[in-house]
Design a protein around this ligand. Structure first.
Ligand code: PGA
Length: 252
């Protein structure tokens, strides 16, 4: 069930300017010097304003760049302020986060997210598709039903599975320093993998990452859950030291 290569994905959110390239350089230096460089896949999802500049400067086979969202319409069009998947691809994004709860909160529905997935796959981007329950849903014991609904409504049968990564991010865990205990997390990851097999009609399940308050301390617990294929790291990815410490402690 477990795939060996571990993903460390940074989600910078609304953070960063041209000078923030030094964070990427420091992370790159660490990976380059680490003995286990081939065990990890590092992807940093940055604001659209930085993708082209970072892509040109980044001479590294260790780090890939991604965007954090795209518009659901394709190509060009009369959508003020919006950026399509093809526009992201052209400036050098290889990955795109879709369905993040911060975007769901401002209007992204399962159906809109599905359209974003379709247009991003057409552009040969790799999707990091976020799902997760709110605190209210958790308290009502709806976690499994919510996750299943989110997967079913946005994924589809003939989707190119090689271009899909799932990120389980409990909404109540994002930026709060609260995480589920090991037993609960394990149960959810097993549930997700079983359902992904069914929904995508495949034996080869996509990677499933965990996101929500990942830091250099709780990574010790998280690393003991073999069903977790990697991490989507928000706040801590805005600091090279914090991001590197997470990787260091993971492999301790
Ligand atoms: P966090 O964010 O690590 O700051 O909790 C995770 C995310 O929003 O992807």
């Amino acid at each position: 069930m477990t795939n060996k290569l571990k993903y460390f994905v940074g989600n910078w959110k609304m953070f960063g300017d041209i000078s923030s390239f030094k964070i990427i350089q420091q992370i790159n230096k660490y990976i380059h010097e680490s003995k286990k460089a081939n065990n990890k896949k590092v992807i940093i999802c940055i604001p659209n304003t930085l993708i082209h500049f970072f892509k040109k400067k980044l001479k590294s086979k260790h780090i890939s760049l991604g965007a954090q969202n795209c518009y659901h319409e394709e190509g060009f069009g009369p959508y003020t302020g919006s950026v399509s998947a093809s526009m992201l691809k052209k400036v050098g994004a290889e990955y795109v986060i879709l369905g993040h709860s911060e975007n769901r909160m401002t209007g992204d529905t399962d159906i809109i997210i599905k359209r974003k997935i379709i247009s991003s796959i057409k552009q040969k981007l790799i999707i990091i598709f976020c799902i997760g329950e709110t605190l209210k849903q958790k308290k009502r014991k709806q976690t499994f039903a919510v996750l299943k609904r989110q997967l079913k409504n946005s994924l589809y049968k003939n989707l190119d599975k090689r271009r899909l990564i799932i990120a389980y991010e409990p909404v109540w865990s994002i930026g709060t320093n609260k995480i589920l205990n090991k037993k609960e997390l394990k149960k959810i990851f097993i549930y997700l993998k079983i359902n992904l097999k069914k929904i995508l009609k495949t034996q080869k399940v996509p990677k499933v990452l965990y996101g929500g308050s990942v830091n250099s301390k709780n990574i010790n617990i998280l690393s003991s859950i073999k069903e977790i294929d990697g991490f989507l790291i928000g706040g801590a990815s805005q600091s090279a030291k914090k991001f590197i410490d997470i990787m260091k402690n993971y492999y301790k």
